[in-house]
Design a protein around this ligand. Structure first.
Ligand code: PMT
Length: 410
């Protein structure tokens, strides 16, 4: 495996040397690219000595020049094509902004644009720079393009301030690298249909019955599946999220529209994951004009179609169908009852009564329920959780499910 470590110009640049060593301990062939600013903090010789490879620092030195450290004039393309992963640590506010906006004015930024390999960034900067809306918008835009972010830690910063902005510890960055390398393309050849968001059932032209789903969990699953090589169809109810890169996105509003798309497109899917929060009831009648206020109002509701149960009834041999369940009490008992009633291969159970996880949060904790096992996946980012859930889903294909330490057979 060849991993390129990009070093940009912050005081934490010296920590990149430790990262290089740690990656090498996992039998990774590490190459280093530095920005001009990074060389103000650390000498390229440090990384050349550690890696045994020349360190690339510029696009511009002619290959025939005695100062050249380039093999050829299109080294960035070659580097882009041959690396299995690009990890930028530390990633400054400036480098994040350039990546986010496609500015390619040095070797590292050009390499980022030219590579199709997975990219990880580990930001490090002053707390105010990190929290600035411009930086946060850039990070969000990179995450939407499947760049994995290893967030900075809270602590004492070189600028003398205390707060978020310290480069993540080396083991956290190494873990992200190993995770990405391990999962690279393990879903190649799969077509995965994911549903996300909360359906809206119209009461009149301006009002609807809805729920608190933000779509974050479903989008994280779609992004993770795409990153791991799957073809992904995301059927989404309205959300405020950016469409994930590389994913076919089909927007729907209500349960009936979601049902039609899911039943139609599930035919081509090897795995169906129903993370959407779908309305169980809709108004029996939709008012044609905006309803006027006039004392107490009773609205008659009728049940919607159960898309998950219908999908299960149309399942092709070998096709995996996984539902989600949002419960507020006796979560495991209700989740298991739902699993049996709907006939899915597994249910990802959310206890949405817990603070800070579940609906509209960036973090979640779930129980992956099959008819015979209950695997606790503890609180983590929805992005990391998406990878864990995909791992559990792939595990369903194994004839004998491997019970992990955290598994409980009920
Ligand atoms: O979107 P986020 O803010 O990130 O929040 C994530 C989440 C909590 C919404 C998500 O992780 C989750 O739990 N989604 C399922 C919520 C839900 O609707 O659960 P349920 O118990 O009502 O439904 C069970 C399953 O049946 C779900 O897979 C649902 O998609 C499906 N269903 C439900 C009703 C219906 N008419 N048709 C369905 O297919």
């Amino acid at each position: 495996m060849k991993v390129t470590v990009g070093v940009s110009g912050g005081i934490a640049a010296y920590k990149a040397a430790e990262l290089v060593r740690a990656l090498q301990q996992h039998a990774i062939d590490v190459h280093v690219v530095m920005t001009e600013a990074a060389m103000q903090f650390v000498q390229p010789l440090t990384f050349a000595s550690l890696t045994g490879h020349k360190v690339i620092t510029t696009l511009w030195v002619a290959p025939e020049s005695p100062d050249s450290n380039l093999d050829s004039a299109i080294e960035h393309i070659e580097a882009a094509q041959t690396t299995d992963l690009l990890v930028v640590a530390p990633a400054t506010a400036n480098i994040l902004a350039k990546f986010a906006h496609g500015i390619a004015d040095d070797f590292l930024t050009t390499l980022y644009l030219a590579t199709t390999a997975p990219v990880i960034v580990a930001p490090a900067m002053n707390v105010n720079m990190w929290q600035h809306p411009a930086t946060q918008a850039n990070v969000e835009s990179l995450a939407a393009r499947n760049v994995r972010i290893v967030p900075p830690e809270v602590g004492y910063l070189a600028c003398g301030m205390t707060g978020s902005g310290r480069l993540a510890d080396t083991p956290a960055i190494v873990e992200a690298v190993l995770d990405v390398l391990q999962h690279r393309n393990d879903l190649a050849g799969e077509t995965i249909l994911v549903t996300a968001g909360g359906t809206r059932e119209a009461l009149d032209p301006v009002r609807f019955l809805g729920n608190r789903s933000s779509g974050k969990m479903g989008y994280a699953l779609a992004e993770a599946a795409e990153r791991r090589g799957a073809r992904v169809v995301l059927v989404t109810a309205p959300t405020a999220l950016r469409p994930p890169a590389g994913v076919e996105v089909i927007s729907v509003i209500n349960t009936e529209q979601m049902r039609e798309v899911v039943l139609n497109r599930m035919r081509e899917a090897s795995i169906v994951i129903k993370a959407a929060a779908v309305a169980d009831y809709r108004p029996a009648k939709q008012a044609e004009q905006k309803m006027k206020r006039s004392g107490p109002l009773t609205i008659e509701l009728e049940p919607t179609e159960d898309i998950l149960a219908e999908a299960v009834s149309r399942r092709r041999p070998g096709q995996l169908i996984v539902g989600f369940a949002a419960e507020t009490q006796d979560a495991v008992a209700h989740g298991r009852a739902k699993l049996m009633r709907k006939g899915a291969d597994a249910i990802v159970l959310n206890d949405v009564s817990r603070e800070g996880i579940g609906f509209d949060s960036d973090r979640n904790a779930v129980t992956f329920l099959t008819p015979t096992t209950a695997v606790e996946l503890p609180e983590m980012s929805k992005r990391d959780l998406a990878d864990r859930i995909l791992g559990e889903i792939l595990g369903l294909r194994r004839p004998q499910k491997v019970i992990t330490e955290s598994s409980v057979i009920e």
